[in-house]
Write a protein of this length. Structure first.
Length: 355
């Protein structure tokens, strides 16, 4: 049983889970050590509390093996239980799409073995055209990508993991983003993973092909980071915003203002300014070092509002419910909501349809 890992992924401690399940912390600990086994009724209750399917809790594979292709470098951080859970989410989403008569989507593949700034900059412009934003701020990146038919999931992941991406031709592209990270980091992560789907598609087909630890100096990571920054802050925007400050120290208040308007971290602004030669690479590193010294390597001043709830899956699920293609319990499982909440929301959808 995958109880310990699934509990830790939920951010819940043994005592809290025990209270919700109606047992002691010691009982939870014994179940996690396999010293004792919960009854099936207790297992079902644990699944409801942790919002995971029964087969994932029990570590069972479905009869028709569902295989979602993750990138090779995900192997070290993607545990079997987490992989099974994310795969289940993607295939459930795909089934809802099928019932709604909607085709899965996957960005076009542009294989790139090495990092070429010029090519990545061009592809970034193509991505912005694809998103239909021209030179405007992107706003809610997750909703934008979801609107293009990609499967976007906000899911609790280990803090050291920003996100994963995966795909199959049947399911399309899926991007999983750490639900606990700051908003600007979530947006950057989603575009970083989109880059891997575009540039490094072959790596998803052979997940055992690489075992080396992937770092920031890896050309694939450089390409993914560069594309994410270039999509968030294209050259035209950076030159318009920072032209008066070329080769000058960028004021803290200016960085905060750009961050709020373009939903991007101050560090990304500084990196991008260095990439484009607006400031030197040395100055970019110096200003980032000052932010790190004052706020730590992960935090920044100025909190962006959390991204709005992803709505595409909700819309498709309630459409399927109204057309009686799925049950309320299945809808609750797919959306990760209690059955009573789904029934209440379904009532609102039906009343609006009548009205």
């Amino acid at each position: 049983m995958n109880l310990r890992e699934l509990r830790e992924l939920s951010g819940m401690n043994q005592e809290t889970l025990g209270e919700l399940a109606g047992v002691t912390r010691q009982t939870i600990a014994a179940w996690e050590r396999d010293d004792r086994e919960p009854s099936m009724q207790q297992v079902v209750k644990l699944c409801r509390i942790l919002n995971v399917p029964l087969d994932v809790m029990l570590g069972m594979s479905e009869a028709a093996e569902q295989v979602l292709l993750f990138r090779a470098d995900a192997a070290d951080t993607l545990s079997p239980a987490l992989k099974q859970l994310l795969t289940r989410k993607a295939f459930d989403y795909g089934e809802i799409e099928r019932l709604a008569g909607t085709l899965p989507n996957l960005p076009g593949s542009r294989p790139m073995a090495t990092f070429d700034e010029h090519i990545v900059e061009q592809v970034a412009n193509e991505v912005r055209d694809w998103l239909g934003v021209e030179d405007a701020p992107l706003g809610d990146v997750l909703s934008l990508l979801e609107g293009k038919g990609l499967k976007i999931f906000l899911h609790r992941l280990p803090n050291s993991v920003s996100g994963f991406s995966a795909y199959t031709d049947e399911v399309g592209g899926a991007i999983f983003v750490n639900a606990d990270h700051r908003t600007e980091r979530q947006y950057f992560t989603a575009l970083h993973e989109l880059s891997h789907l575009i540039f490094h598609r072959k790596e998803y087909q052979s997940p055992a092909s690489t075992s080396a630890k992937v770092g920031k100096s890896d050309p694939r990571e450089q390409a993914a980071n560069f594309l994410a920054g270039a999509v968030l802050l294209p050259r035209t925007i950076m030159e318009a915003e920072l032209h008066p400050y070329r080769n000058r120290w960028l004021p803290f208040s200016l960085l905060a203002d750009i961050k709020q308007r373009y939903s991007v971290s101050m560090r990304t602004i500084l990196v991008r300014a260095g990439q484009l030669g607006i400031i030197s690479s040395r100055q970019s590193f110096q200003q980032i070092a000052k932010i790190n010294a004052k706020y730590g390597k992960e935090d920044e001043p100025v909190d962006l509002k959390r991204p709005e709830s992803l709505r595409r899956l909700n819309r498709l699920v309630y459409q399927a419910l109204i057309e009686e293609k799925i049950t309320t319990s299945k809808a609750a499982e797919v959306l990760g909501e209690p059955v009573y909440s789904v029934k209440e929301e379904l009532g609102r959808w039906l009343s609006e349809e009548i009205g």
